[in-house]
Design a protein around this ligand. Structure first.
Ligand code: ACO
Length: 321
């Protein structure tokens, strides 16, 4: 496969650490020093669907591909507007992508990598030719705004990529899961509640995180996954122009860079402005890097995601667009 076009969308409202410090017991110093986050975009009028449609429209324009040409849409999200219909079907409808098969998948912050891997596998069957892959989240509705240890970390946004079956831009893909560690980062869905098992009035559940466990998982797993992907692609690490990692936390990214013996200059970031946008963070970062003109044809780039599940994914791509 190869990438034909990329797009992203962020909510208009920007919330700084100082803004948060006015409404909860936190500070710019605490958030910035522990996470690297300075601001995040928070949805007010936007929804997961509206941001996905905007990002997808930009990706299609960038690719020079019409919505009707798409035969596959995969959306990665843990925060869709509806449990059903899926986000992918809503995007299909809004775009008029009438020839596409559309479905969602959930793999937390690894979602975009998992959706890309799935789309690539579908394209390889020969049954599909052009796919739209989306990572989109409105995590601001999934966090407890009374819990300062999690709500300051996340932001909202969407990123999308149009990919084609023609081309050999994906040099390797590595994925993994460790369900046994899953409760380190969780958000409950509705509990069993019916006439045979009646519960009282239910409250929504919110994101819960054991930050230290997640940190340990990330710094141990991501360097391994990246090294495996490079080995599989037979690409020496020195040939990698950029490592585009899920934007969870600057300390995780610094630790991964150190463990891979690579300079931080090779790890572009946007978490300072966007916070942690879960499944949307890798495609938004890829869009940022492209907009800055930092990628040329033939450049080798590593993408890596990690998060709830626990899950991880890493791939090596050669930029061919
Ligand atoms: N502002 C001020 N103080 C805070 C805040 C806040 N927003 N949040 C927590 N604190 C306080 C705590 O109450 C605690 O106070 P206490 O010592 O008086 O009890 C103190 O700060 C330390 O809290 P810890 O949770 O131990 O802070 P830690 O140094 O571990 O940092 C962090 C938390 C940044 C989340 C860290 O664990 C981390 O980097 N984890 C990695 C996981 C991560 O980045 N997750 C993002 C989402 S998951 C993903 O995308 C894969």
């Amino acid at each position: 496969m190869k990438f034909l076009g990329i797009g992203s969308a962020l909510p208009k409202k920007v919330v700084s650490n100082d803004d948060l410090a006015q409404v909860m017991d936190t500070s710019d110093e605490w958030i910035r020093s522990r996470t690297g986050i300075g601001t995040r975009h928070i949805a007010v009028e936007e929804t997961t669907t509206s941001m996905s449609v905007e990002a997808a429209g930009k990706a299609l324009k960038d690719a020079g591909v019409s919505a009707e040409e798409l035969d596959l849409i995969i959306a990665a999200t843990v925060s869709p507007d509806y449990i059903f219909p899926t986000l992918a079907c809503e995007v299909q409808s809004a775009l008029g992508a009438v020839n596409a098969t559309a479905f969602d998948l959930g793999a937390g912050c690894s979602g975009f990598l998992f959706a890309l891997a799935t789309a690539d596998a579908y394209l390889r069957t020969g049954r599909f030719k052009k796919a739209l892959v989306i990572g989109a989240e409105t995590l601001s509705k999934m966090v407890d705004w009374e819990d300062r240890s999690t709500c300051v970390l996340f932001g909202d946004g969407a990123g999308a990529a149009v990919i084609s079956a023609e081309g050999n831009g994906l040099l390797s893909m590595v994925q993994g899961s460790d369900g046994a560690g899953g409760m380190a980062l969780s958000c409950k869905n509705r509990p069993v509640n019916n006439i045979y098992h009646k519960l009282g009035p239910q409250q929504y559940s919110f994101t819960q995180m054991n930050g230290r466990e997640v940190y340990k998982f990330a710094v141990q797993t991501v360097p391994k996954a990246v090294s495996e992907a490079l080995e599989k692609a037979q690409v020496p690490i020195e040939e990698v122009k950029y490592f585009l990692l899920h934007q969870a936390n600057i300390r995780i990214i610094e630790s991964v860079a150190k463990r891979l013996h690579q300079p931080m200059e090779k790890f572009p970031t946007n978490l300072e402005k966007c916070g942690n946008v879960s499944a949307a963070s890798v495609p938004i970062l890829l869009d940022d890097v492209l907009k800055q003109g930092l990628l040329q044809k033939g450049d080798k780039v590593v993408l890596a995601g990690f998060g709830a599940g626990l899950t991880w994914g890493s791939c090596v791509i050669e930029w061919q667009a």
